[in-house]
Design a protein around this ligand. Structure first.
Ligand code: DAT
Ligand code: MG
Length: 139
């Protein structure tokens, strides 16, 4: 059954001109782009998006960084999109990410790992409501 997931191209991906490269990689691996937007998180929006990490020592740095400039969000669809996209993205720490994954290729540190991807159906549903508050019913 077709499944959806959400990805963000983080500030380091934008700054290094990787928007097209990253979207082309997902399209090339069979993901359909259903929605696409460039937007800037408010600090509160980034805090809500990453609320599960509120107690972590990196929370302030992460949410400041993610709300520091416009970023790109996409909703992607395919069979098993959530796990498929997490596989293409690679491990959180680029130094530990499997060869050929987006983070291995383009990530420079744990904090600068180029992309976010939903890790579960529940996370996807929460993240879509935050990033596309206007709704996606028309897609
Ligand atoms: P992922 O993005 O792979 O789902 P996560 O949910 O554990 O990883 O963390 C969310 C983001 O927070 C991650 O992409 C980068 C940042 N982060 C995680 N661990 C970190 C750490 N130890 N130091 C700095 N930033 C970190
Ligand atoms: Mg995560």
């Amino acid at each position: 059954m077709a499944e959806r997931t959400l990805i963000l191209i983080k500030p380091d991906g934008i700054n290094r001109n990787l928007i097209g490269t990253i979207l082309a990689r997902f399209e090339g691996e069979g993901l359909k782009i259903l929605a696409l937007k460039m937007f800037k998180f408010t600090k509160g929006g980034a805090e809500n998006f990453y609320a599960m990490h509120r107690e972590k020592p990196f929370f302030e740095e992460l949410t400041s960084w993610m709300s520091s400039q416009p970023i790109v969000a996409a909703i992607l669809e395919s069979e098993n999109a959530i796990s498929k996209v997490r596989d293409i993205v690679g491990a959180t720490n680029p130094a530990e990410a499997r060869q050929g994954t987006i983070r291995a290729l383009y990530g420079t540190s744990v904090g600068q790992n180029v992309v976010h991807a939903s890790d579960s159906q529940e996370a996807y549903e929460k993240e879509v409501r935050i990033v596309f508050p206007e709704g996606i019913e028309h897609f």
